[in-house]
Design a protein around this ligand. Structure first.
Ligand code: MLC
Ligand code: AMP
Length: 503
């Protein structure tokens, strides 16, 4: 029994009365039915409640991808809690900030990480530290009580359902607060816009700690009541193999670049209905090569952690390469100049969006939240785009100093602060330059005073930085280029090092 408006009810609606339908085909080739999935999610909810979870309490989770992790997501929602997933690549140093900032009542981690995190959890006031492993084992599941009648804890549309941290341009990560309505409205809009229905099978190979894999992919499957092939990680050959028994794939551009190298792609993709790309710019070249290889035009869409999905190319209609399509139904979008006035069609400006998809604000950062919203409710995305007279939006840059590597966001400031603090470094600038696999690759340009080498820098920053954020190259210069205001000219550096990953 789940009350209306509750994200849990929205996610369950399409599978109600269809308990035997398969929700997920797992890596061991067994299928988990909707009935089993929701029963397990309810048992997890009951366990969280028995451990003292109160409505609005955070359940922070850093665990490997598994179907049990998705049960925990839905279980947290059913228990009235707030799901807070964390990238599995984050180091204990990075975790420490997220945990102390979000003050979760319950923290669920991989059992190998438990000893290292026990003290941190205690200091942050976490009342329960549980484990969940890749195979679904661990203390969370071991402590589940038998299934019994479960009633979801009542929550309203505007109540908090999830917090996802996004790195901040000034270094501090911000927790984006997403309500039940933010998540349910976007899932339903996308399901309908992309034509997902019970007969679909989605290839799910994305991580489930970000908007793309968790809210876009998983919530669409649930709201459509369809099946997914659930991969623990991206594996190009396995995905091609799965295509003949699937209908749709969602991925970041790196997925498509890698899949294009696979033999047998053309034949395997023939019967697929839909390929969606997002989280980072899809090169025109990749779009064209994919169409030539498979006959399918990749459908590119655009979103953010804070806003869920904002725009999409049409399902029926022109999927225009190099664009992220049109504003989704219910999403207001405008392109504005520095003063916040709308620019004429075709002119560049910053994208601002408003709608039921747009988040509630940053966790415990009212000033930051106020800075990024206009008085009339539009959220300032920091993405620079043009909108053609016929409505198609093309993203042409970013006002924010952000690198997107393989679909993961990397904020240069965070890395610069660590490198600048090292003995033997005067200062550095971290930039993103074209990378054949990841779209953009992280490069640190360092002005050194001593004899510090690239390896010294790498090993000094490694304990504090997730692997994907660590520079793929470090170069040394005598001085960083500056403009007359003294600001480092990253555009010049990006030009200078544009070809370093070409080989
Ligand atoms: C892995 N590595 C990366 C990386 N992923 N480096 C930079 N950027 C990345 N994205 C590192 C590894 O640590 C390893 O380093 C080396 O690169 C090779 O790893 P790999 O085995 O090739 O990586 P793989 O596991 O295959 O992962 C690549 C990937 C993955 C592209 C499949 O990064 C991925 O799943 N990205 C999806 C991210 C995502 O879901 N984004 C959505 C955000 S939501 P070493 O040195 O140890 O060898 C959002 C909103 C929206 O943006 O609109 O959707
Ligand atoms: P995140 O903070 O991880 O949610 O990343 C959101 C950012 O990813 C957006 O602000 C954009 O800069 C970028 N992004 C998402 N989708 C696309 C896309 N299709 N094309 C270009 N950039 C995108």
């Amino acid at each position: 029994m789940y009350s209306d408006n509750h994200l849990g009810a929205v996610l369950r609606a399409a599978s109600t009365g269809r308990d035997d339908a398969v929700f997920a085909w797992l890596p061991d080739r067994t299928g988990q039915s909707y009935g089993t999935f929701f029963q397990q999610a309810e048992r997890m909810a009951a366990r969280l409640l028995a451990l003292g979870l109160q409505p609005g309490d955070r359940v922070a989770v850093q665990v490997p991808k598994s179907i049990e992790a998705l049960q925990l997501f839905v279980g947290t929602i059913l228990a009235g809690g707030v799901f807070l997933p964390l990238n599995t690549d984050y180091t204990p140093a990075e975790l420490s900030y997220f945990i102390s900032n979000s003050e979760p009542r319950i923290l669920v981690v991989h059992s190998a990480a438990e000893p290292a995190l026990a003290q941190l959890a205690r200091e942050a006031g976490v009342s329960q530290l549980l484990t969940l492993d890749a195979d679904g084992g661990g203390s969370l599941v071991a402590g589940l009580a038998p299934a019994s009648d479960f009633r979801a804890v009542s929550r309203g549309a505007g109540d908090l359902a999830a917090i996802l941290y996004t790195s901040g341009t000034t270094g501090r990560s911000k927790g984006a607060m997403l309500s039940h309505e933010n998540l349910s409205s976007n899932a339903l809009t996308l399901r309908d816009h992309w034509g997902f229905a019970a007969q679909d099978t989605l290839i799910h190979a994305l991580p489930i700690f970000h908007t793309h894999g968790l809210f876009v992919a998983t919530n669409i499957v649930l709201t459509a009541g369809c099946a997914m092939r659930f991969f623990p990680r991206f594996d190009a050959a396995a995905i091609v193999q799965a295509m003949p028994v699937s209908t749709a794939l969602m991925g970041v551009p790196t997925f498509y670049v890698r899949l294009l190298k696979e033999e047998g792609l053309s034949a395997a993709a023939a019967g697929m209905r839909l390929f969606v790309s997002g989280s980072a710019p899809l090169l025109d070249e990749t779009h064209a090569r994919w169409q030539a290889a498979t006959g399918h035009a990749i459908l590119e869409r655009y979103g953010m952690t804070e806003t869920n999905m904002n725009t999409s190319n049409p399902y029926d209609g022109e999927r225009r390469a190099g664009t992220v399509g049109l504003p989704l139904p219910g999403v207001d979008l405008r392109i504005v100049d520095a003063a916040g006035s709308a620019v004429p069609a075709g002119e560049p400006g910053v994208i601002e969006v408003r709608g039921p998809n747009v988040f509630m604000g940053y966790w415990q950062m009212p000033e930051k939240t106020a800075e990024e919203f206009r008085d009339d409710g539009y959220f300032i995305t920091g993405d620079i785009a043009r909108q053609a007279a016929d409505g198609y939006v093309s993203i042409i840059g970013r006002a924010k100093d952000l690198i997107i590597s393989g679909g993961y966001n990397v904020y240069p400031k965070e890395i610069e602060l660590l490198i600048d603090a090292l003995d033997g470094v005067n200062e550095c600038a971290v930039i993103g330059v074209p990378h054949p696999d990841f779209g953009e690759g992280v490069v640190a340009v360092v002005d050194r005073s001593g004899d510090i080498g690239a390896e010294d820098i790498q090993s000094a920053i490694a304990p504090d930085l997730a692997r994907y954020k660590q520079p793929k190259m470090i170069v040394f210069v005598d001085a960083l280029p500056r403009n007359t205001m003294g600001k480092v000219q990253k555009n010049l550096l990006r030009n200078d090092y544009a070809a370093v990953f070409d080989a």
